[in-house]
Every structure is written in C-alpha cells, then in structure tokens.
Design a protein around this ligand. Structure first.
Ligand code: 13P
Ligand code: SF4
Length: 307
C-alpha cells in the first residue's frame, strides 16, 4: 500500500512535476496558506489575468475558482489550463446565465453591457467589456453609453454607480454569498471593539457595510493600502485567505477579520494534494468552444486595454 506523502515530500514532488510539465502555478489571494506558499504568483483577479496572458509556460495551474481558470484559458487558448479542484466554482458567477442576460439586453437595447470577471465565458461573450473589482470604476467611466447593464454583482454595481453618478447602472440581483451575508451591525460591533483600526472592505460587501469603511478596494488594493498606511491596526472586510499576505507583508501590524463568516468554501477546496494530483494527471483541463472564447476574449481584452 502506498503511503501518503508528508508536506515536504508533496512540495518537492509539485516542484519536480512543475518543471517536467513546464508549468506555472498561480493562486488567488483567498487560497489556503499552503497553496499561496508554493505559487509562483499570488494576486487578485486582474493581476492574475494579466500574468496568465503574459506567461511563456505551457501549462497554467490555476488555484482559484472556475471562472478564473476559464479567464486564463480565454486569454491563452494555446496553453493547457488546469483547475486542480473540478468543483471549485463561484456561486455569484452562477447567478447570471447568457439566456437571462440576452433577455435583459432586449429590455435595454441602447445600454452597454459590463460583466464582472466573476462570470462564465458564455456571459462574457454577451458583454461589451469585462471588469474586476480593481478596475470597475475606470471601465465604467470609459464607456460612452449612459445606460449600462452591470452583471452579476449588485453590490459592486451599486458601489460603482455611486462613484460614477453620471451613468445609469442597471443592476443585476447577483451577489457573493460570502461577502453579502455580513450585515452593518456586525461591522459596527467590530469597529467599536477596535476603534483605532482602519476599516478596509471589498466592494462585494453590502452597501450598508461599505458606507462604514475607511477604504474600499479589491484584494490587491487592500494589500497595497495596508502596506503604505502608517496605521498599526486594520479590520479586514474580505475573505480570510488575504490574511496570509497581509501578515507576511506587515509583521508589525495587526489585522482583525471583520467576521468569522468571511470564508469562501470554494476557495478552500484546493490543497497541496489537489495541486499535486492536478499536475500528475493533467486535470482538470479547461476547454472552451472557440466561438464563445473569441467573443469572451474581446470583453477581457477591452478591459485589459482600459486598465
Ligand atoms: P479580487 O481578488 O479581484 O478583489 O476578487 C475577489 C473575488 O471575489 C474573487 O472571487
Ligand atoms: Fe465567488 Fe465570493 Fe467566493 Fe469570490 S469569495 S469566489 S465572489 S463566492
């Protein structure tokens, strides 16, 4: 009977397979610490998209959720893109379908359509341009039309609508199950507990929570902001995986998670074992219909040209 490998053996086997396959491992900021540790690049959705579009490796192992690996494949069709955990999905991305979006477009024939990167390739193919939480405001500002359908995140959409008041943002009713469940009362309680702490939140939070924050930004923007701030204490209003980088980059600062509920179960599915098996068996490969991919590529490419 084969014995399970310990952590050190797993890490060295992953390194060996990575070289053999000419692969790169990328990880989202919400991945577990072990996975972030072995990744060649850790970042937010925008930084990871850019990185994958520019890599010269043959294989991309995407430690994140399905829409992220799919975006890498849209941008790099000739590469093998692996999602180590087949069922690591994003519930918010599943809250909009291409059929439902086409019906919405018929209701607003003059509106531009913007999709958050947290969406499927089929949905991206129906849109004019894509955005992430890092560049959503700039993307919306770059659009000539007054009316803009924004899918699927109603929280990011209403945040952007406030930042760009001259546009009419038509919201979808999607949301991130992890961020949306946190209510203002919880934020108020933790602010009262740590009155000197700077309160940072992700724009996937409810409007009532965002209103209480000192800083609103994507995971990378939160990481950058806390590094350059003189403050010593921070309340973190996004998924707990980000604490790994925050603590590593700022050993002299203290970070409090806004709520113990800030855990994305899908982001936690990927382990060192999943990465090892993925490289060993070259699974789970992302495949896309070429016609869909080309249309989705146009949305992502336009976004990358804005910012
Ligand atoms: P960013 O890392 O781009 O801020 O996105 C957060 C997220 O929800 C990923 O699912
Ligand atoms: Fe989706 Fe929210 Fe998880 Fe991000 S944190 S992958 S938006 S469910």
């Amino acid at each position: 009977m084969e014995r399970a490998m310990d952590k050190t053996q797993l890490i060295s086997e992953i390194a060996r397979l990575k070289q053999e396959r000419n692969a790169v491992i990328v990880a989202h900021n919400y991945q577990i610490d072990d996975v972030q540790e072995i990744a060649d690049m850790v970042g937010d959705s925008l930084a990871l998209s850019r990185y994958c579009a520019g890599t010269d490796k043959d294989v991309i192992v995407f430690c994140g959720v399905h829409f992220m690996a799919e975006s890498a494949k849209i941008l790099s069709p000739d590469k093998t893109v692996l999602l180590p955990e087949k069922y690591a999905g994003c519930p918010m991305a599943d809250m909009v379908t291409s059929d439902a979006l086409r019906a919405k477009k018929l209701e607003h024939p003059d509106a531009a359509v913007v999709c958050y990167i947290n969406s499927s390739a089929e949905v991206k193919a129906e849109c004019d341009v894509c955005c992430t939480s890092s560049n959503a405001v700039e993307v919306i500002r770059s659009i000539p039309q007054h009316d803009i359908i924004f899918v699927p995140d109603c929280n990011l959409g209403s945040y952007v609508a406030k930042m760009v008041p001259d546009k009419n943002i038509i919201l979808w009713d999607g949301f991130c199950v992890t961020h949306h469940k946190i209510r203002a009362e919880e934020a108020i309680k933790i602010r009262a507990l740590y009155p000197d702490a700077v309160f940072m939140v992700h724009p996937e939070c409810r409007e009532e929570v965002i209103e209480l924050a000192d800083f609103v930004g994507s995971t990378k923007q939160i990481i950058d902001y806390s590094a350059q701030s003189d403050a010593k204490e921070f309340i973190v209003g996004t998924e707990m995986g980000i604490l790994y980088t925050l603590k590593k980059n700022n050993p002299d600062k203290i970070f409090y998670l806004m709520s113990p509920g800030l855990v994305c179960p899908n982001m936690k599915k990927t382990t060192l074992n999943s990465v090892y098996n993925s490289l060993l068996n070259m699974e789970e490969q992302i495949e896309l219909d070429e016609e869909i991919r080309l249309r989705a590529y146009s949305s992502l490419d336009k976004m990358l040209k804005v910012k």
